[in-house]
Design a protein around this ligand. Structure first.
Ligand SMILES: Cc1cc2nc3c(=O)[nH]c(=O)nc-3n(C[C@H](O)[C@H](O)[C@H](O)COP(=O)(O)OP(=O)(O)OC[C@H]3O[C@@H](n4cnc5c(N)ncnc54)[C@H](O)[C@@H]3O)c2cc1C
Length: 371
């Protein structure tokens, strides 16, 4: 298909990548983003070779690598802080790193700048109030009183997607796992790869740039308690008090500013049924939100966006394009959501304990497969 007029709902990782991939195919793209400030929290994420490959396919890899920190190893530490293994991870693009740590804001800037430069029109503080798919096009009524008609609407509005709710009101709601993540940035120091600290409290350090790294701490949080913002630094320090590794103890003492702590309960959702209805299709967390145990949620959203644009360009009609898109994405995304959830549940004692290094090795093999 040619000359499609596409609305993307959600200017996050998946929505912006969809805008970039679709404009590269010659489609016209509007993006609406609910947040008038288009704000992104300050810590970072870990991505692997499949995202490096995707960025390379999108012509973005130079900007992407310049904004993050590439590395090829994972180092494992026992709880006392002694390093016990340094495991090489596979590169998927010759000459480019196997993993990248990148600040969420840095990634957002890379994707946002390119989406806008590619010609996508981004409107902030706007949502879709009504989507009326009459068969020949989708009539959209926006929250700012304006309206538009589109050939395709892409719901990339994340975990709590309103588009998913409108399309599939019977779809399962996101499931709270019982675990949460605490994150905080620090000066990078000597940390030059993913450093995983074993033990009852899961801790890791991930470099983000020449200057910065972030720490994540996973903790069981039965009942999904609410932590007042003013208590976050003390609470995160408290969660770390049983971790004996001197490096972690030293960092814990530096956690004093509540505003610098990012706390997130971990939820997941996966749509077993269709991923589209008529002219409206879902991607990213809206259709398969994962816990971060394999560091692949953002990667799956990015890959979805590339595959969707490819299928829209290749197919002769939307049903064929959306069908092919879901077929290519379903098993890979289901695997990531289920394998990540299994690690999480094992850590919580809600399922068999999963050997993290084995699961990570398997993940690297799976995501190395072409999309
Ligand atoms: C604690 C934690 C750690 C993570 N760590 C990693 C990691 O290390 N590596 C990794 O790859 N992934 C990680 N992820 C997952 C990753 O963040 C998500 O998979 C990714 O952001 C999904 O992209 P998305 O575009 O689908 O959704 P989002 O990035 O959430 O974007 C959705 C966008 O839609 C907007 N929006 C919402 N509703 C509306 C609406 N009604 N109208 C308009 N706009 C709307 C939102 O404001 C947002 O900008 C992590 C997730 C969590 C929770």
């Amino acid at each position: 298909m040619k000359n499609l007029n596409i609305l993307v709902i959600g200017g996050g990782i998946g929505g912006l990548t969809a805008a970039i991939a679709a404009t590269r195919r010659g489609f016209s793209v509007d993006v609406i983003e609910r947040d008038p400030k288009w704000a992104v929290y300050g810590v970072g994420i870990l991505q692997q070779g499949n995202v490096v490959r995707a960025m390379s396919d999108l012509g973005l890899v130079g900007d992407y690598l310049a904004a993050g920190f590439g590395f090829d190893h994972v180092e494992i530490f026992v709880p006392s802080g002694q390093s016990v293994a340094r495991i090489a991870t596979p590169r998927l693009v010759q000459g480019l790193p196997a993993n990248v740590g990148i600040g969420r804001r840095a990634l957002h800037k890379v994707l946002g700048d390119r989406a806008v430069a590619s010609g996508a029109r981004v409107r902030l503080g706007v949502t879709a109030e009504a989507l009326d798919d009459g068969g020949e096009g989708v009539d959209v009524r926006f929250s700012d009183g304006s309206a538009g008609r589109y050939d395709v609407v892409v719901g990339a509005d994340g975990l709590n997607s309103k588009t998913r709710e409108m399309l599939f009101p019977e779809a399962p709601a996101p499931e709270y796992t019982g675990q949460s993540v605490w994150r905080h940035n620090f000066p990078r120091g000597e940390v030059n790869c993913l450093c995983v600290y074993e033990g009852p409290t899961g801790v890791g350090l991930i470099p983000l740039s020449e200057r910065l790294m972030y720490m994540y701490v996973t903790t069981p949080e039965p009942g999904n308690p609410w932590y007042p913002r003013g208590d976050l630094a003390a609470a995160m320090r408290d969660k770390l008090k049983s971790v004996p590794a001197p490096a972690i103890r030293g960092l814990a003492e530096q956690i004093t500013d509540d505003e610098e702590v990012v706390y997130r309960p971990l939820e997941c959702v996966f749509l077993q049924g269709p991923w589209h209805k008529g002219r409206i299709v879902l991607l990213g967390d809206a259709v398969h939100a994962t816990t971060p145990h394999l560091g692949q949620g953002g990667g799956m959203a990015i890959e979805d966006a590339i595959v969707l644009a490819e299928e829209l360009a290749r197919a002769n009609d939307l049903e064929a394009a959306f069908g092919a898109y879901r077929t290519r994405r379903f098993e890979r995304c289901r695997y990531i959501v289920e394998a990540s959830r299994a690690i999480c549940f094992g850590q919580l004692g809600k399922g068999p304990l999963i050997e993290n290094s084995k699961a990570t090795r398997e993940m690297f093999i799976k995501v190395a497969e072409p999309i």
